[in-house]
Design a protein around this ligand. Structure first.
Ligand SMILES: O=P(O)(O)OC[C@H]1O[C@H](O[C@H]2O[C@H](CO)[C@@H](O)[C@H](O)[C@H]2O)[C@H](O)[C@@H](O)[C@@H]1O
Length: 373
């Protein structure tokens, strides 16, 4: 099937202010907050308004945002009874599950809804198909997970949507029968097909003009962070990641300040953050949500009552896709998280192993459904 882009250019004009709406809370996310029931006593910190990229890191809250960017590791403190703290965390998680039920315990409900529909699967990579590890180069997917994804792709149109470069995520996943969207959806390719003219590929790169700029920033970031022990700069083609997972917390403000010092010279780039990572991206109206819309449209699956898109992801950047599905009433998101989080997803899964179970169950259900028809 051909990818047929039928969308206006997402590249914003030079002077357009940095778009913060996709990062801060927006009006569209209000309905699910409204669904919080008062008797749950569930307090999830509201998403912080994202600091302006030129603000000082200490005053703007960058440091707080960086600290909050991944579930905290459990610390044993002599003043705190560890068992009690962990029981409290479990109780909080159980309360949160009432709002974002497990996609495994709600499986029957999900498949009842999916009956007779084409399920389209969108899967994030890091933290969804592979566990979060210290070294980004070692984020391997298990062979069991690969088999689960491969089997799922045999029954459902399936796409991987990642912040990584498309080549890198393709290398990790290693399956040709999928669609891949790298660089947070800014680099989309359909499956490699055999045609009369040989191998045919379909490519969509809405930020291609930013390539030289991103390359330049990547090199400056390498140079300017090399003295910060544990830091790692990753070139994701249309965006750059600056990892601080292995950097001593005392140097987090330093690394953020170095990044801000560089991107202040690039008004057409913006800074966002993920799990212990700062990400530099072009200021364009494009994200994982737009990539989902693009793929659905390209596949002829958009705006159809007989299609159910499901997006599984763990990161802030996946929220754009959850929101597209929720707001459009098109389908639903599943957040992978072992701690309560504010989200636009409808369901949750605790960890990649549960994602694998969910995919296996989905295939089993589809086979049974096909056998009865
Ligand atoms: O959209 P994703 O596929 O989830 O990619 C988001 C970022 O994932 C990677 O970083 C994260 O995973 C690493 C490996 O587990 C971990 O070390 C790091 O702390 C996480 O932030 C990837 O390296 C980034 O480039 C992606 O943007």
């Amino acid at each position: 099937m051909d990818l047929k882009p039928n969308l206006n250019s997402p590249v914003l004009a030079d002077q357009v202010p940095v778009k913060m709406s996709s990062l801060g809370r927006s009006a569209t996310s209000a309905p699910y907050w409204a669904s919080f029931s008062s008797d749950l006593h569930l307090i999830i910190p509201k998403r912080r308004t994202f600091p302006n990229k030129l603000d000082d890191v200490r005053t703007s809250g960058w440091l707080d945002a960086m600290k909050a960017s991944s579930p905290p590791r459990k610390k044993i403190n002599k003043d705190i009874n560890f068992d009690t703290a962990s029981e409290e965390a479990d109780a909080l998680y159980l309360s949160w599950l009432k709002i974002y039920p497990s996609a495994i315990s709600s499986f029957e409900k999900i498949t009842n809804y999916a009956k007779g529909k084409t399920v389209a699967l969108f899967l994030d990579y890091d933290g969804t198909l592979s566990p979060i590890v210290d070294n980004p180069e070692h984020a391997f997917m298990s062979s069991a997970m690969r088999t689960a994804v491969k089997n799922a792709a045999g029954y459902f149109p399936t796409a991987i949507i990642s912040g990584r470069s498309r080549d890198k995520v393709h290398g990790f996943v290693g399956l040709n029968e999928l669609y891949y969207a790298g660089s947070h959806g800014m680099d989309i390719i359909g499956p490699v097909k055999d045609s009369k003219r040989g191998k045919e590929v379909n490519l969509f790169q809405p930020a291609s003009e930013f390539l030289p700029m991103i390359d330049e920033v990547f090199r400056s970031l390498i140079k300017n962070t090399k003295d910060i022990l544990g830091s790692k700069v990753e070139n994701n083609k249309f965006c750059v990641s600056v990892h601080y997972r292995l950097v001593d917390e005392k140097s987090w403000d330093l690394i953020a300040q170095r990044v801000l010092d560089i991107i202040k010279n690039y008004p057409r780039l913006r800074l966002t953050y993920g799990r212990k990572v700062l990400e530099i991206r072009p200021v364009i109206d494009w994200n994982k949500g737009r990539a989902v819309e693009f793929l659905l449209e390209s596949l002829g699956l958009n705006d159809r009552d007989d299609v159910l898109p499901i997006y599984v992801g763990d990161d802030r950047t996946d929220e754009d896709a959850f929101k597209v599905l929720r707001v459009g009433g098109k389908g639903f998101g599943i957040l992978v998280s072992s701690v309560p989080k504010e989200t636009n997803a409808y369901y949750s899964l605790r960890e990649p192993l549960e994602v694998m179970d969910f995919l296996i169950s989905l295939v089993r259900w589809k086979k049974a459904e096909m056998a009865t028809h």
